[in-house]
Design a protein around this ligand. Structure first.
Ligand code: FMN
Length: 172
């Protein structure tokens, strides 16, 4: 798919079928993640793959009962890893760059999944400590986004956007 078609075709999906994500597709998604830019190329984030029903159910609980997390065959959890960034960038690395690194990486995963005909939704509303516990991440890592990945089980809702006139501020 052409890049701009991918961008247009990406919509949040909150209903998934049971078909698993093909290993070769997952590999492509993870390679896209690994190509994402990061501050100083420090890649101050970690990615956790959750496939088992028990952990997915626990993620649902940690995310205020967002049930679709359990429907998706795979959930990627992106954690900021401040320790990878702080040495070089100090406070800005710890408070900002690692969050941005994780965010960009998750975005690459979303768009990569869309290009392969898969669906996703960014999940940001969750209890960080609970998610950290479910995935067994160390205290120093900060869960930033969860991304269920799978095949859509319904038509996506196409959400409106602000007009470019309102969004973009051209300085004269
Ligand atoms: C930072 C962030 C946090 C989000 N958290 C959630 C969430 O917890 N649950 C959810 O269903 N959608 C969540 N979303 C998805 C947004 O609701 C969705 O992207 C937005 O409504 C636009 O719809 P679209 O993705 O279909 O274009 C989140 C998106 C972002 C970028």
């Amino acid at each position: 798919m052409d890049f701009f078609d991918v961008v247009k075709e990406r919509h949040s999906m909150r209903a998934y079928g049971p078909q698993p994500v093909k290993p070769e597709d997952l590999q492509l998604i993870l390679e896209a993640v690994n190509r994402a830019p990061s501050a100083g190329n420090m890649q101050a984030y970690e990615v956790y793959l959750v496939r088992d029903a028990e952990r997915k159910a626990a993620l649902v609980g940690a995310a205020g009962d967002q049930e679709f997390l359990a429907q998706a065959p795979l959930v990627l959890v992106f954690c900021a890893h401040p320790a990878r960034s702080v040495g070089r960038y100090g406070e800005r690395g710890a408070d900002l760059y690692c969050l941005q690194d994780a965010t960009v990486a998750c975005t690459f995963a979303m768009l990569g999944a869309t290009a392969l005909g898969l669906s996703t939704v960014w999940v940001g509303a969750f209890d960080e400590d609970e998610v950290r516990q479910v995935i067994g991440a160390p205290q120093g890592e900060r869960p930033v986004a969860m991304l269920p990945v799978g095949y859509a089980a319904e038509a996506p809702e196409v959400r409106a956007r602000r007009s470019l006139q309102k969004l973009v501020h051209e300085l004269q």
